[in-house]
Design a protein around this ligand. Structure first.
Ligand SMILES: NC(=O)c1ccc[n+]([C@@H]2O[C@H](COP(=O)([O-])OP(=O)(O)OC[C@H]3O[C@@H](n4cnc5c(N)ncnc54)[C@H](O)[C@@H]3O)[C@@H](O)[C@H]2O)c1
Length: 266
């Protein structure tokens, strides 16, 4: 999608961090913005800020882990804007810690948001894009979607899943005019290290497993920079959108070299 003016964009996890950076950048392009977040008040606060800046914007509450909630979001977007052109499945949570301390509820929580959430967004919104015969989906993974780490095994697993699903989706939807990009940020200074606050009570005690991330992201880039990179990625229809190419490329080269080195080894 080379032209984003007057297009309708939905951004989940849009109220804070990277999502808010994407909302601002798309609004700057002239898109109509739906800020969708578990925190409906924060979503509406950002939408009203965007309206003050001249954009058409709506803030809505959604729990991406719940298919019915995502369907209700889509219904509200269609009622307000008549359809949708850009969908950023960006809501996500972080959990760190070794497998020795992580619980089945930790696993369920992260998968329900990071993996089910992306699937729900694609399942519900892709038909709306296909109905227009055009559009773009951006699914937020991470550099952790390619590089696993003993301190973040569950998070990395969820992001590997986002990469695999999105690669398949790109092949599926491209012939019908819909692009798919996978956003793979490095460190971005956001509230991700406070993810525990979003954990449903039914999934047990959070145990502050998210906080260990702060040391890794406190000196990260600002979400606004990511938003601008995402806009360029949508316009260029690139499969992967990297925010820190110089910093992370060597680690990717090392990873793929170590995989290739095992072919024929035994
Ligand atoms: N910050 C980083 O360094 C970094 C790096 C790589 C990937 N990411 C990914 O970027 C995405 C955005 O994270 P961020 O860093 O901006 O964090 P953030 O915590 O600042 O923002 C995440 C937003 O998602 C919302 N959210 C949480 N659970 C939700 C749910 N069930 N339904 C709907 N909304 C929900 C939160 O309310 C919050 O507004 C995540 O997918 C994260 O994994 C972040």
């Amino acid at each position: 999608m080379r032209e984003l003016r007057n297009k309708t964009a939905v951004v989940t996890g849009g109220a804070n961090g990277i999502g808010s950076g994407i909302c601002h950048a798309l609004a700057q392009e002239g898109s109509q913005i739906v800020v969708a977040d578990l925190d409906g008040q924060a979503a509406e606060a950002l939408a009203s800020e965007l309206r003050r800046q001249g954009a058409r914007a709506l803030g809505l509450s959604v729990d991406v882990a719940d298919l019915g909630s995502v369907q209700a979001l889509a219904d509200a977007v269609v009622a307000e804007f008549g359809g949708v052109d850009v969908v950023c499945n960006n809501a996500g949570v972080f959990i760190g810690g070794s497998i020795r301390e992580l619980t089945p509820d930790d696993w369920r929580w992260v998968m329900s948001v990071n993996v089910d959430g992306v699937f729900h967004g694609c399942k519900v919104f892709a038909p709306l894009l296909l109905a227009r015969g055009a559009g773009h989906i951006v699914n937020t993974a991470s550099v952790g979607g390619f590089l696993s780490n003993p301190e973040a095994a569950v998070y990395a697993t969820s992001k590997f899943a986002v990469v695999a699903f999105s690669e398949a989706l790109r092949g599926d939807l491209a012939p019908m005019g819909v692009g798919v990009s996978i956003l793979c940020p490095g460190a971005v200074r956001t509230r991700l290290a406070k993810s525990d606050v979003h954990r449903p009570r039914a999934l047990g005690d959070a145990g502050n497993h998210s906080e260990i991330l702060w040391d890794h992201i406190k000196d990260g880039i600002e979400p606004g920079q990511v938003g601008e990179i995402v806009v360029r990625g949508i316009k260029a229809d690139v499969p992967y959108i990297f925010t820190h190419p110089d910093e992370w490329k060597p680690a990717f080269e090392e990873r793929f070299a170590s995989v290739l080195a095992c072919f024929g080894k035994v």
